[in-house]
Design a binder for this molecule. Sequence first.
Ligand SMILES: C[S@@+](CC[C@H](N)C(=O)[O-])C[C@H]1O[C@@H](n2cnc3c(N)ncnc32)[C@H](O)[C@@H]1O
Length: 294
Amino acid sequence: MDASTSPSTSTEAIRRRVDSLGWYHSIDVGHGVVTNGLSRSGTVDAVMPDLEGKSVLDIGAWDGYYSFLAERRGASRVVALDHYAWGVDFGAREAYWRECAAAGRLPDHRRDIEDFWQPDLPGKQGFDLAHELLGSKVESVVGDFATMDLAELGTFDVVIYCGVLYHMKEPLTCLERVRSVAREVAVIETEAVHVPFLEHVPLAEFVAANEVNGDFGNWWIPNMASLEAMCRAAGFSSTTVQVGRTGGVKPALADLRQTGRAAARRLLRGQSTGGLLAGVPEVGHYRAVLHAHV
Ligand SMILES: C[S@@+](CC[C@H](N)C(=O)[O-])C[C@H]1O[C@@H](n2cnc3c(N)ncnc32)[C@H](O)[C@@H]1O
């Protein structure tokens, strides 16, 4: 066998191509090579609905982890849709964001498209390489899901909407759009907020700056109650929570429930909590996963 085509050499060549790119997802592209992605979350895999024979739309696909997973699990057709991560020059944007953070001002997000947009889509190279190495038939669509013409996109049995909702300025409108392209179920994964004692009050935290993951592109962090309520308001008939906040309320906090309820009642009446919440645990974030049924 010619050394240039021996398995080890071809694995090395593949590894070099893979390592020449920056990756968001860790994808097993075969040949013993796994891309070195930044994202470590694998919680959605275990709670994906049955994808066998289904048409699947993966909104915000980036390197395509969920698109390729859907293909592997027997989906009949998979469309990977993205826009932002494929076209924005993250290096230039990062430098601008650092300037803003240092100056204590908020970035002008229009610059993503006006100044940092690269029509040759350098951020799609990872998806394209994984697609080639996997011999994938996943189709790709470049589009801003929040504004694009959805009639052209069509409808899908399963819509994957993972890691996108909290990046949306208008989450309810976006969920309505997700509903309009879904035929059976949408899998929604999002950063979520846990506000102790107020779990049943539909709340969303507004984030103006970069306090979540150092990212200026986050806006609304729902709690589970508001995530479910928004899905219903967007036209889904029901929701099933797949991954909620794990661990629950610590036993030591159970005694504080009454205090929390009293404080919540006062807050909802627009009154001061009268110091009732002093010493209660911090508001915290977690990643929630929900199935929204059509
Ligand atoms: C945090 S990443 C999540 C990637 C992947 N879905 C996952 O869960 O691992 C957010 C993705 O959503 C994409 N995105 C954000 N806004 C979008 C929009 N309006 N239309 C399409 N994709 C969008 C970004 O480009 C990025 O790829």
